[in-house]
Design a protein around this ligand. Structure first.
Ligand code: PMP
Length: 426
């Protein structure tokens, strides 16, 4: 055993399945030993061996202002001193709800939960309760957390219902989920013409971040909006990743489209476990205790997590925040693309706000199929070369990357410089 990371990974595997509490952390896709993080600050994380990395994972999105931002840490400390949780309402929850509803015009009412999974699961139940329908539409490659009805892959034909993509999900559940291709509006039209009256909801990552980064084609989201309105189905934008990450009003603000429901997470918790779902008043009023759709949580609206979230939202409202964030992400993807080109490596890159995608492919992919066709082996070698050089990218070719405003131009330039050697080694 020559490193503490290796020793910890071996020890972890004895009592934690795979040594991790969320699968992607195990480095299965890229191989090698996961880095056990001891601390993080600003744009950097330190592992158990004391090695420092410029971090492009950012806790998978929340660390938008940089790790351990003093204002967020202080808000957490102050809230914790007043008590960790009460199981009773607090004024801070109202502030959070008011803030979210003010920031997102599509949101009349919102409920807080403790994870993105809870947010999407609850939004789906709500859409079913509201419409009295069972079927839902999702898109291949979009991830919406691990609720049973969302762990579903495409069936054998367009109009057939999906198959479980995980053990433990009954086919009886999966059969209510129709899985279509992201960015293929014709498929959506066809399915709705045949079964529109059965479909409770369409759930979509409006900019997909769980199959690397895939932008919607012009007209795709507009088309979903039109079709859902026509058939009385609920349009759910899953903005757990994109919310307050791609811009001050999420993807809905960026493209000017109004979903019926929105799910949020990550950034609105400032690094603490928070999720939320909200939207149209007439739909939200179907939730207990007002309506018949049950939804609850012992720690929902945790005062400590809400304090972190409010502090995080406060930081985002600073003038120029998103301009800086977007400029840093653009500097990174442009720099990487230029370095790859100089090394003669087939590569493309893209960004939206503080989210980015890097692809070992000729051009930026626009579909799940195109992402799957990227050169995974090259990505894995690039990943490890960058990791050794002290630059921590997501340990999978199918995850988006994240920058924060704590990434200085010098940090980005150092990463681009390191990438020259990494690309050359491919
Ligand atoms: N929706 C999206 C778009 C996500 O990216 C994620 C998590 N990566 C989730 C839902 C699930 O969130 P959580 O992991 O907090 O349950």
């Amino acid at each position: 055993m020559n490193s503490k990371n290796e020793a910890l990974f071996e020890r972890a595997g004895k009592t934690i399945p795979g040594g991790v509490n969320s699968p992607v952390r195990a480095f299965r896709s890229v191989g090698g030993t996961p880095r056990f993080i001891e601390r993080a600050e600003g744009a950097r994380v330190w592992d158990a061996d004391g090695k420092v990395y410029v971090d492009y994972v950012g806790s998978w999105g929340p660390a938008i202002a940089g790790h351990a931002h003093p204002a967020i840490v202080e808000a957490v400390r102050e809230a914790a001193l007043r008590g960790l949780s009460f199981g009773a309402p607090t004024e801070a929850e109202i502030e959070m709800a008011e803030r979210l509803c003010a920031l997102l015009p599509s949101m009349d009412m919102v409920r807080l939960v403790s994870s993105g999974t809870e947010a999407t699961m609850s939004a789906i139940r709500l859409a079913r309760g509201f419409t009295g329908r069972d079927a839902i539409v999702k898109f291949e490659g979009c991830y919406h957390g691990h609720a049973d009805s969302l762990l579903v892959k495409a069936g054998s034909g367009l109009l057939t219902f999906g198959n479980p993509s995980s053990g433990g999900v009954p086919e009886d559940f999966a059969k209510h989920t129709i899985v279509l291709d992201f960015n293929d509006l014709d498929q959506v039209e066809t399915v709705f013409r045949a079964r529109g009256a059965e479909i409770a909801a369409v759930i979509v990552e409006p900019v997909a971040g769980n199959m690397n980064l895939i932008k919607p084609r012009p007209g795709f989201l507009e088309g979903l909006r039109r079709i859902c309105s026509e058939y009385g189905s609920v349009l759910i934008f899953d903005e757990v990743m994109t919310g307050f990450r791609v811009g001050p009003q999420g993807v809905q603000g960026l493209y000017g489209i109004t979903p019926d429901l929105t799910t949020l997470g990550k950034v609105i918790g400032g690094g603490m476990p928070v999720g939320a779902f909200g939207g149209r008043r007439d739909i939200m009023e179907c939730i207990a205790p007002l309506g018949s759709v049950y939804q609850a949580g012992t720690l929902s609206g945790s005062p400590v997590a809400v304090a972190a979230g409010l502090a995080s939202l406060q930081l985002l409202s600073a003038p120029g925040f998103y301009e800086t964030l977007s400029a840093r992400a653009e500097r990174l993807v442009k720099g990487l693309a230029a370095a790859a080109s100089d090394a003669g490596v087939v590569f493309s890159a893209d960004s939206v706000g503080g989210m980015f995608g890097i692809y070992f492919s000729e051009s930026v992919p626009a579909s799940y199929g195109e992402v799957m066709a990227c050169d995974r082996d090259r990505f894995n070698r690039f990943f490890h070369a960058m990791l050794s050089a002290g630059h921590y990218f997501a340990p999978s070719a199918f995850e988006a990357g994240f920058v924060s405003v704590a990434h200085s131009e010098a940090d980005i330039d150092a990463t681009v410089e390191a990438s020259r050697e990494a690309f050359a080694s491919l």
